[in-house]
Design a protein around this ligand. Sequence first.
Ligand SMILES: CC(C)(COP(=O)(O)OP(=O)(O)OC[C@H]1O[C@@H](n2cnc3c(N)ncnc32)[C@H](O)[C@@H]1OP(=O)(O)O)[C@@H](O)C(=O)NCCC(=O)NCCS
Length: 141
Amino acid sequence: MSIRSVTPGDHPALLALWQRTPGLQLRVEDEFEPFCAYLERNPDLSLLIEQDGQVLASLLVGHDGRRGYLQHLVVDEPWRGRGFARALLREGLLRLAALGIEKSHVFVLGDAPLALEFWLAQPGWEMRRDIQVYSTRRNEN
Ligand SMILES: CC(C)(COP(=O)(O)OP(=O)(O)OC[C@H]1O[C@@H](n2cnc3c(N)ncnc32)[C@H](O)[C@@H]1OP(=O)(O)O)[C@@H](O)C(=O)NCCC(=O)NCCS
């Protein structure tokens, strides 16, 4: 079992992992080209765990120069409860800290109970009750 940076060639395996994970919503940004653009913009930050060439877990990590943003923290169902998510989180935050990014956010869907429980259980993470998120997409305006 090892953690390494995600590369463009990992896209098919990651997409398959995300598609078979209940509760994970895929967007146009998960297609190959935007996925590669994201990795290029955030080099050596996104992570996966693999064993014998099989991808077991993922975490997309990016930043805007000020705050870190985490997405697609996923551990394949048979591999949950072994600390894989915690290990990805720790490494992702270390890599952000090395770039001077000390504060990060994750947006969790309100109807994703596993994810909500996971984040509530993480030391040092606080569920924000003082912020409401507003989102827009250009072609919807
Ligand atoms: C959320 C998820 C990534 C957790 O993965 P995991 O590998 O099982 O988590 P870990 O084993 O690293 O757990 C780390 C700690 O969080 C706690 N934890 C993990 N899942 C939990 C849950 N559902 N409820 C309560 N605590 C939880 C564990 O107790 C563990 O602490 P401990 O070792 O002291 O007991 C996994 O359940 C998953 O992939 N869910 C579906 C995808 C998803 O919703 N992702 C979140 C997107 S924001």
